[in-house]
Ligand binder design. Structure first.
Ligand code: ATP
Ligand code: MG
Length: 417
């Protein structure tokens, strides 16, 4: 699990501010729920025979002997919270959340035991329109982050849950006689979660799948129509995509649309964002039937991508705009009050005061180091009428001016009203 140190946190803030703005611009509302849930919630939603539930959950007993789990994903939590908050009955909802998820995986680049997801979940809408909106939202986010050219969209349509079930049966019937040639994981899944075999990475299993029944042949007319409309909309929105019939996603609860946004910049941790429709989950969790579609993206992977492709905006590492150097005991109180007044006048300016004393040169060194564009210097044994103003990206000498003229000097320098 990673700490986010001060040099890294501006990147997170940058991502979060863009994401928040985008969610708001689409009229989506934020929901927050706990990081801990009853273990049963994840077993019932994600499915017993999935990587997450089989080997990745942090599960423990609390003092009452209840089995609790650190949330490995947000979808089930979101459904639970929405249901308990009365948001599902006869309503539509467009929600988002951002927070840490926990999975006991082998840590490597782009894969951690605590990682952050931005998730979006919508409830109560059964048609292609909301699916298209979600994909447009993703595309807009990539564009705002400057990585629109770095991510590829893959989509597939699993059909209704009935379609999915009859396809699952056909696949099972096809693979059963080939049981002994399957890899060990796939043999296990044959009896429990047969669709997952489609995403096997094992070459020999992939070969057996070449002649397997195809999902597309089992998708009913209504689903096919929905999928066609969705594709048409993507074309209209200028979003390019690839149809990938092998895309099934790891979780049990998907039906209809499934999709992934992938990159070739992160090695095998290629999926940055994934989602789809899950109309059966609410019912499966004991809530009323509620059509639902959503996605989640891994924020660490996105930040790694922004770094690898040099798309982070310049200046993120700057700690302050103005450094206030206070040389001499006599100007400390004056300086602290002055800085506070200036912050009140210019709330957008980051003014970092020097605390802890030290010589003029030592203080200026810190001013340069923090990335400030200018320094204000007060110097002496008692309160001063005069201050110095120094631009930090040049070798030029400091300008001397009355303390009362500092505000207008800063306004001029930073182009503020
Ligand atoms: P993967 O195939 O890479 O294990 P997944 O299918 O398990 O991904 P999801 O459950 O769909 O992932 O989660 C959505 C997104 O969350 C992923 O696309 C990825 O960006 C991110 N993610 C998942 N697991 C991790 C992890 N352990 N560390 C960092 N990011 C992760
Ligand atoms: Mg995984």
């Amino acid at each position: 699990m990673n700490d986010v140190l001060p040099v890294e946190s501006p990147r997170w803030q940058y991502f979060e501010s863009i994401a928040r703005q985008l969610m708001a611009s689409y009229g989506y509302q934020e929901i927050r729920f706990p990081v801990l849930e009853q273990t049963q919630l994840f077993k019932r939603s994600i499915g017993e025979v999935t990587d997450i539930v089989e080997k990745e959950m942090y599960t423990f007993e609390d003092r009452n002997g209840d089995s609790l789990t650190l949330r490995p994903e947000g979808t089930a939590c979101c459904v639970r919270a929405a249901e308990q908050g009365g948001l599902l009955y006869n309503q539509t909802q467009k929600l988002w959340y951002l927070g840490p998820m926990y999975r006991h995986e082998r840590p490597q680049k782009g894969r951690y035991r605590q990682f952050f997801q931005l998730g979006v979940e919508t409830f109560g809408m059964a048609e292609w329109d909301v699916e298209a909106e979600l994909l447009m939202m993703c595309a807009d986010l990539w564009r705002s982050l400057g990585i629109g050219d770095q991510l590829q969209l893959e989509i597939n349509y699993l059909g209704s849950s009935e379609d999915r079930a009859s396809f699952g049966k056909a696949l099972h019937d096809y693979l059963l006689p080939l049981h002994d040639q399957l890899d060990e994981d796939s043999q296990r899944r044959l009896g429990s979660n047969v669709l997952r075999i489609l995403d096997s990475k094992i070459a020999s299993t992939r070969e057996l799948l070449v002649n397997a029944p195809r999902m597309a042949d089992y998708v009913g007319a209504e689903s096919s129509l929905q999928f066609a409309k969705l594709q048409q909309m993507l074309d209209q929105a200028g979003i390019s995509y690839r149809l990938n019939p092998a895309l099934v996603r790891g979780l049990d609860y998907y039906n209809g649309l499934v999709f992934e946004w992938t990159t070739d910049k992160l090695g095998s941790q290629a999926t940055v964002c994934a989602g789809g429709r899950y109309d059966n989950l609410a019912k499966q969790l004991g809530c009323g039937a509620t059509p639902a579609v959503g996605f989640a993206m891994g924020i660490e992977r996105l930040l790694l991508m922004l770094e690898a492709t040099n798309r982070l905006p310049p200046g993120l590492e700057q700690q302050a705009d103005v450094y206030m150097a206070l040389v001499g005991q006599g100007v400390l109180a004056q300086g602290l009050l002055l800085a506070r007044d200036l912050r009140k006048t210019f709330p957008a300016l980051r003014i970092l005061t020097h605390c802890g004393g030290g010589k003029y040169n030592a203080q200026l060194k810190k001013a340069f180091a923090c990335g400030a564009r200018c320094a204000v210097i007060l110097e002496g044994d008692s309160s001063q009428q005069q201050a110095k103003f120094k631009v930090l990206d040049t070798e030029g000498s400091a300008l001397e001016l009355p303390v009362t003229a500092l505000a207008s000097e800063l306004a001029r320098f930073f182009n503020l009203d």
